[in-house]
Design a protein around this ligand. Structure first.
Ligand code: HEM
Length: 337
């Protein structure tokens, strides 16, 4: 796994300037879409890190200049400095990992997962990822993708997941003999592999999550009886938008809830939602979907995304991939390199 190293030495050369100068925080800064990265107990956005590395490179390229004149780059740098200094404090002693999908560790995990995973088992394995990560609450930074699911299998919301976790136990035993893997990483990678095995998008998963040694707080996963408003609120508390709620719910295209072929990951979930087959009294149609799936079609904001995904599978795949990556990074605590 490669790392983006943060070179703290550049700060020392500008700190005198920082402490004596006054400048305004820019009203608008160019930010890339962020994912959450955790340093110790502090959470920062990867977008800030982008600024950091860019700025470091800029600084390096200007090392030999006469810095009496800062120019446009210098001004941008000085304007971002107020953000960099607190970040520097929280980054001390840590490296930032870049997501890579071809390290030997990643390939080993994927290889072992592929030996035990079949299309028939994919739905249960993907569901594990939501049930581990979906306990995350932003307010108090509790729960999240931390492998605590292994202590929570007797909870009613996790009924049926024991057998899926058992499948991954074999993988863990194999991988651990070469290089220890956390449950959190393993579940995140296995969920992604389940999606691609069934024809969905390839999803690169960053490695390095630490496992919790205690269960997460109870009652944090959304219940299937929630209406759209409550589902949206529940996801919002986890840092997930309405769009991400709708995209991630597309996972229900796999499994036995009646959204097309149970072992094919495609956009039939959205196409079938729009048809509202449960309104029909004819045979099995009335059984299709969970109350939470049906609730989404009754919400104006949700239905806009449902319609887009029903008409454009590529868009669904793209949004599912991004939302899944965000989900499995929720609340994660990362290994110190
Ligand atoms: C929006 C809130 C959600 C609720 C209320 C919910 C609830 C449920 C329930 C009650 C089941 C049926 C379990 C059973 O048949 O025993 C289920 C199945 C499933 N859920 Fe969700 N879920 C939600 C979101 C998600 C998300 C975000 C994912 C993954 C990204 C996911 C993945 C799955 C999968 C793959 C299945 C099929 C499992 C199988 O057939 O073995 N769910 N979900």
């Amino acid at each position: 796994m490669s790392t983006i190293s943060f070179d703290p030495s550049f700060l020392s050369s500008v700190i005198p300037f920082y402490s004596t100068s006054k400048f305004k925080i820019p009203a608008k800064t160019r930010l890339k879409p962020f994912s959450t990265v955790e340093f110790g107990s502090k959470t920062v956005k990867a977008s800030s890190l982008t600024t950091t590395t860019t700025t470091t490179a800029d600084h390096d390229s200007n090392q030999n200049c006469n810095c009496g004149s800062y120019g446009r780059r210098g001004l941008i740098f000085m304007a971002t400095l107020p953000f960099l200094l607190p970040l520097y404090e929280s980054m001390e002693g840590f490296d930032v990992k870049a997501a890579e999908s071809n390290t030997s560790e990643y390939l080993l995990i994927k290889d072992e997962v592929s030996k035990v995973l079949s299309k028939g088992k994919a739905a249960g394995v993907l569901r594990l990822a939501f049930h581990d990560a979906g306990t995350f609450e932003m307010d108090d930074n509790s729960g999240g993708m931390n492998g605590s699911l292994v202590y929570e299998l007797d909870r009613p919301e996790n009924a049926g997941l024991k057998k899926s976790l058992k499948i991954l136990e074999k993988v863990k035993n194999e991988v651990d003999t070469v290089q220890p893997v956390s449950w959190a990483d393993l579940i995140a990678v296995a969920g992604a592999e389940a999606v691609s095995l069934c024809g969905g998008p390839a999803i690169p998963v960053q490695l390095g999550r630490l496992d919790s040694v205690v269960p997460d707080p109870e009652g944090k996963l959304p219940e299937e009886s929630l209406d759209a408003f409550a589902l949206k609120q529940s996801f919002q508390r986890k840092g997930l938008s309405t769009q991400e709620l709708v995209a991630l719910s597309g996972a229900h295209t796999l499994g036995s809830k009646g959204f097309g072929n149970p072992t094919v990951f495609d956009n039939s979930y959205y196409k079938i939602l729009l048809e509202k087959p449960w309104m029909s009294s004819a045979g099995m149609s009335s059984m299709i979907g969970l109350p939470s799936d049906r609730a989404l079609v009754e919400d104006d904001e949700c239905i806009r995304w449902i319609t887009k995904y029903a008409n454009n599978q590529n868009m669904f795949f793209e949004d599912f991939r991004n939302s899944y990556i965000k989900l499995v990074n929720s609340g994660a605590r990362w290994k110190k390199l």
